[in-house]
Each structure stands twice: as C-alpha cells, then as structure tokens.
Design a protein around this ligand. Structure first.
Ligand SMILES: Nc1ncnc2c1ncn2[C@@H]1O[C@H](COP(=O)(O)OP(=O)(O)O)[C@@H](O)[C@H]1O
Ligand SMILES: [Mg+2]
Length: 237
C-alpha cells in the first residue's frame, strides 16, 4: 500500500501543515500495522497538537498528533515541570514521545478503571489512535458548547470520575474543565489526560482543588454545589 495519497490528503486538509519526519514515520507505522486506513478531517488544531478523524475498517477513529518542531520552550517546560519522565533524553522529540506515551497509558488505566474516556487503540511515537467520540455527522461537543439537558446527572458522573481517578487510578487530571470534557449522548467523556500527576505528587492536592473548582464553577449556573464538600468527598477514605 502506498501512503503518499494519504499524506497528501493530510497536507491538504490541514491547509498545508508540514509534518516533521518523526511524525510521518509514526503515521506510516500506524498505517502499516493497520490502525489507520485513511484520514478524513481535522477535528481540532491547537498549538500543541492536532486531532483528526480517520477511518479504520469502516469505523471512525480519532488520531491525536503531538507537535514536535513548533513546540516552544514554555510548552516543553509544562510537559516536564511536575513529572519529568524517567530515562528520557532531553531533546524535543524524546520528550514529546514520552508525553504521548504517558497520555496513552493514562487512557488505558482510566478506561480499565471504568472511567469514561476514549478507548485507547494504539500509540506510535508522538501519535495516539483512540476511539472517536461523536456521530458520523460530527464529533461530540465540548462540555462548554454542549446543550445540557441533565446538568445534575452530568455533574455527578464527573464527580464520580474524579473520585475514581483519585482513589482507584491514583491520579489527578490536572487540566480538568469544560474544555476537556466531551458530552456524548448526554454523558460526559473525559479527554486530554497527558498532564495528569500522581496523587502522591506534592502538587496533586493543588491541582485537584483547581479541577474541582473549575467543574463546580461551570455547574453552579445550573445548581447549588459546595466546592469543599465535593473536594472532601474525593479525598476521604
Ligand atoms: N477521541 C476523540 N473523539 C472526538 N473528538 C476528540 C477526541 N479527542 C479529542 N477530540 C477533540 O479534539 C480537541 C483537542 O483534543 P485534546 O486532547 O483536548 O488536545 P489539546 O487540548 O491538547 O489540543 C478536543 O477539544 C476535542 O474537541
Ligand atoms: Mg484539550
């Protein structure tokens, strides 16, 4: 199979984004091992990476590509500040690979613990293939943009996920907000789990407090919630 048409397509759907050699190699490997058949469109393009919808065996998948070349020092230091990966060479490529691996492993742990996240499928270098969340027509909206019919139910689910993440997976998301939760069929799906910290990390409590604060703030327009009560429930036991 020749990948050129797919890479050309990727080039055109991103309006000319140039992927560095390492990214192309990762994509080729994933296509070779049969995790991606073809790319469709970018779901999101950000400073740190892009997410595409792709097709594998007539099913949709989401492909998250972490940027390597354009990553700035500020971003890199964010990747490393609290939990520097062990045994990783200090060049951008190795650091970003380690970061993608961390997100992939976190997805796996959370998925296995019963926390609703996109099911992780494969990871190669700086690229993650995971379950696509959304319909054939469009990807699931972020919580901030979703039409919310059942705020109480969604809030309780998210609270339960935070608690499970802390108690069972022993991690704190550390970037949880209405920007990193999708709403699919009326239920929350947690995403973007690369920057989690272990609950044993000295910064963990601070991050957990911030996560809880963000979520409580978002939902307090729908209902009355006490931030400390939520935090204590997550921490107790
Ligand atoms: N599995 C997925 N299915 C559908 N859309 C996704 C999926 N993962 C991410 N997205 C979309 O891509 C955007 C960026 O993904 P995210 O993991 O938050 O990366 P970052 O915020 O670092 O760019 C999300 O806001 C969401 O809209
Ligand atoms: Mg995000």
């Amino acid at each position: 199979m020749s990948w050129e048409p797919e890479i050309e397509k990727l080039f055109s759907i991103t309006e000319g984004e140039v992927f560095e050699r390492a990214t192309l190699d990762s994509l080729f490997k994933l296509m070779d091992s049969g995790y991606i058949d073809s790319f469709e469109f970018p779901i999101s393009t950000g400073k740190e990476g892009s997410v595409f919808r792709a097709i594998y065996k007539n099913k949709f998948v989401a492909v998250k590509i972490y940027r390597i070349n354009t990553v700035t020092f500020r971003n890199i230091s964010k990747y490393l500040m609290y939990e520097p990966p062990r045994n990783v060479k200090k060049n951008k490529r190795s650091i970003i690979f380690a970061w993608a691996l961390k997100e992939f492993n976190n997805l796996k742990k959370m998925y296995e613990a019963g926390i609703r996240v996109p099911k992780p499928i494969a990871r190669e270098g700086n690229v993650i293939v995971m379950e696509y969340i959304g319909t054939a027509r469009k990807p699931a909206p972020l919580l901030k943009d979703a039409e919310i019919k059942n705020p109480e139910k969604i809030f309780r689910r998210i609270e339960g996920y935070m608690e499970k993440m802390y108690k069972k997976v022993r991690l704190v998301h550390a970037d949880l907000s209405e920007y990193n939760i999708l709403v699919y069929r009326g239920n929350p799906v947690i995403i973007d789990v690369g920057q989690t910290v272990s609950r044993d990390n000295p910064m963990a409590l601070k991050f957990l407090q911030r996560d809880v604060k963000n979520i409580v703030k978002f939902f307090s327009r729908f209902m009355n919630i006490d931030e400390n009560e939520i935090l204590n429930r997550i921490l107790e036991g």
